[in-house]
Ligand binder design. Structure first.
Ligand code: SF4
Ligand code: SF4
Length: 394
């Protein structure tokens, strides 16, 4: 029995009411990627909640098994929309991961160092270029699951006005800056002026939250909020970053953070009601639509992607209810075996649905990088939906 439990102290620091919500119905199980590939109850949402309860309510030890159950969760949150009881699983796993990181059970120093590098944007850009060169020299192990990084990334987007903020992020700007230029060209076509965040507004802290580095994530959120003052809407073209910005209200627990989150939109969520103003050339080939978990399960903003792309192309849907692809931020690098198994399921679903399509739309850089390699072998390229929209501008 954990001595902290014996003293009546909450070991994992979970909200008791939130932990109590699960009724054990199991309706979430088919929506959990780690359960689907392993068939193990302990690697399902219900199993993980039961393990949290055992620690919090019965004094079970925080042993290696427990740490493994929590560390293998992709944090895709596919279990949340499937749950009839509204279990806020994201809150439970984030608090648990924070306790595990704080007590040194997860997130060793070298991972913390890597996450810290994300907050120094120039260092990140230089490191990404070095990594891209190393990739060309075949010095980067394939098991890391990194897609092909750009040696040259082109010009950064520059402000044109103050109607909206265009959030540029850290990894997104280093690896997929062309997507920012696509978003900018769509805003130009709509006659909308955009500002870009000031110094310190690069990293949103999403990966820090996933890794249990709560204090770092909160400090980054504070910097991001300060970098985009005023009332203008904030448009985000990375689903993971958009989800993080929309959850700053919960992360910081202040009215100011909640007001900031209310200004945040996925870029196509904001463009969709205005898309009728765009002159678009019809695309001859269909587009496969892939829903990143943080767009579908967290932001619940996957329909606008269809509303916009459907204006100029036929769309191909995947028959798996938005099951995760296994990217999960840093998950594909930290849990490569499970991430690979989960990706295989996704690839099988894509193979079954693709028909003549040679392009797949994904609104998250992590998913795009994770899927790009094996999809290239199938003759399919991955593009952000806003890249495809910019291409279609007549
Ligand atoms: S967040 Fe994803 S991987 Fe984790 S328990 Fe829920 S469905 Fe499973
Ligand atoms: S998390 Fe929700 S769906 Fe899953 S077992 Fe608990 S109550 Fe049922």
């Amino acid at each position: 029995m954990d001595p902290a439990y014996d003293r009546g102290v909450s070991v994992l620091h979970l909200d008791a009411d939130e932990l109590n919500t699960c009724v054990g119905c199991g309706l979430c199980l088919p929506h959990c990627p780690t359960f689907r590939v392993t068939g193990e109850e302990a690697l399902s949402p219900r199993g993980r909640i039961a393990a949290m309860r055992a620690v919090e309510w019965e004094g079970a030890p925080v042993d290696d098994d427990f740490v493994g159950f929590m560390a293998t969760c992709v944090q895709c949150r596919g279990c949340e929309p499937a749950c009839p009881s509204g279990v806020p699983y994201g809150h439970l796993i984030e608090a648990t991961r924070t306790t595990l990181a704080t007590t040194g059970r997860t997130t060793p120093w070298w991972q913390r160092l890597g996450f810290r590098a994300l907050t120094h944007h120039r260092l990140l850009l230089a490191g990404s270029t070095l990594l891209a060169v190393a990739q060309r020299a075949h010095l980067v192990p394939k098991r890391l699951g990194l897609g092909r990084l750009p040696v040259r990334r082109g010009a950064a987007v520059a402000a044109t006005g103050t109607d909206v903020w265009l959030y540029t992020g850290c990894v997104m700007d280093a690896w997929l800056r062309g997507t920012h230029r696509s978003a900018a060209s769509v805003l130009d076509a709509l006659g909308v002026g955009y500002a870009v965040p000031g110094a310190g507004g690069a990293c949103c802290g999403a990966l820090h939250t996933h890794a249990g580095l709560h204090a770092d994530a909160a400090a980054l959120a504070t910097r991001v909020i300060a970098s985009m003052p005023g009332d203008a809407p904030i448009l985000v073209d990375s689903a993971g970053c958009g989800a993080a910005l929309k959850e700053y209200g919960h992360l910081l627990g202040t009215p100011e953070a909640a007001a900031f989150s209310a200004r945040v939109y996925d870029v196509l969520e904001w463009v969709a009601p205005r898309a009728g103003e765009l002159r678009l050339a019809r695309r001859a080939d269909p587009i496969i639509v892939h829903d990143p978990c943080h767009l579908r399960h967290v932001q619940r903003a996957h329909q606008p992607v269809r509303d916009v792309l459907g204006r100029f192309a036929d769309l191909i849907e995947l028959d798996d209810d938005g099951l995760c692809c296994g990217a999960g931020g840093a998950y594909s690098a930290l849990q490569p075996e499970l991430a690979g198994d989960i990706r295989e399921r996704k690839l099988a679903v894509i193979d079954a649905a693709r028909g003549p399509a040679t392009v797949l739309a994904s609104a998250n850089p992590g998913c795009a990088m994770h899927l790009a390699g094996p999809l290239a072998e199938r003759g399919i390229t991955v593009a952000h939906p806003v890249d495809l929209l910019a291409e279609a501008l007549a």
